[in-house]
Design a protein around this ligand. Structure first.
Ligand SMILES: C[S@@+](CC[C@H](N)C(=O)[O-])C[C@H]1O[C@@H](n2cnc3c(N)ncnc32)[C@H](O)[C@@H]1O
Length: 252
């Protein structure tokens, strides 16, 4: 499989601005992950599509040995290098494609995939590949937390043209929902300092809870929980902000 250079123009310094409302919640989200997983075990934790490590860092601070994998060079350069002193935790950053993980079978106690890092691209088979890879690298009974935006609510907000001001640019977006629930986004970042506009496009599939559950079960997982947010409230299709699936390998 060819390694996509996809990421390198779709994520960059500007991403932190686009995520500005989300970033302050990173610590609380890591807290919820740690409450779910319990104390660090013998096997490491995989933060799949870790970005710049905004969850990996606080989790390492709690003593987890975190492997953060992402495809984007820019983000990986910003992942903090090692652990955080006395906690015993650590972070190793790995560049890789989530569809073909360069990681050993059964080598992780848990996998987290945060902030809608699933469903990219036009080929639905890619999603099955990713779930197959997560299943493969997890140890038996290992836990997989998959955090997606709640598309049942969000799809209403992503159909049309939008403008949003950020500190260093204006973002102009054209979002269209196509066949098979594929959301196509054309985005222009118009920088205020006179830099050339950054224009890019991406596609992401919007899942309903039933589709997601069936996909996880087809991959061999057992879905043991569905949260509507990191406060661990139960998922409500028409109200929740997030759709967070908690799944376990095997143990049917
Ligand atoms: C929405 S961001 C979320 C990043 C991080 N989890 C967070 O919460 O800040 C999605 C991430 O997925 C990564 N990504 C997308 N497709 C990927 C692939 N095929 N393999 C590895 N990483 C990928 C991007 O580089 C980006 O860092």
């Amino acid at each position: 499989m060819t390694f996509p250079e996809w990421f390198n123009d779709k994520f960059g310094a500007y991403t932190r601005e686009i995520y500005r409302d989300e970033v302050p919640a990173s610590g609380a989200q890591a807290e919820a992950v740690s409450a779910l997983l319990g104390p660090p075990g013998d096997l490491p934790l995989l933060d799949l599509c870790c970005g710049w490590g905004r969850h990996a860092a606080p989790l390492a601070g709690k003593g987890y040995r975190v492997v953060g994998l992402d495809g984007c060079r820019y983000f990986l350069e910003q992942v903090p290098e090692t652990g955080t002193g006395s906690s015993g935790g650590s972070i190793s950053a790995v560049r890789g494609d989530m569809r073909e993980l360069p990681l050993r079978d059964g080598s992780f106690g848990a996998v987290i995939q945060m902030y809608t890092s699933f469903g990219y691209g036009t080929d639905p088979e890619d999603d099955r590949r990713v779930l197959g890879q997560v299943y493969r690298v997890l140890a038996d009974r290992g836990c997989y937390l998959l955090d997606l935006i709640n598309w049942t609510v969000a799809r209403r907000a992503f159909n049309g043209k939008y403008e949003q001001a950020y500190p260093s640019f204006d973002m102009v977006e054209d979002c269209r929902i196509g066949p098979e629930n594929l959301l196509r986004v054309k985005r222009a970042l118009l920088f205020r300092d006179g830099r050339k506009a950054h224009i890019y496009e991406f596609e992401i599939r919007m899942f309903g809870v039933e589709d997601l559950t069936v996909m996880l079960e087809d991959a061999g997982f057992r879905v043991v929980g569905l949260w509507g947010d990191f406060d661990r409230s139960p998922y409500q299709p028409h109200r929740s902000y997030r759709m967070i699936a908690i799944a376990v390998k095997g143990a049917r």
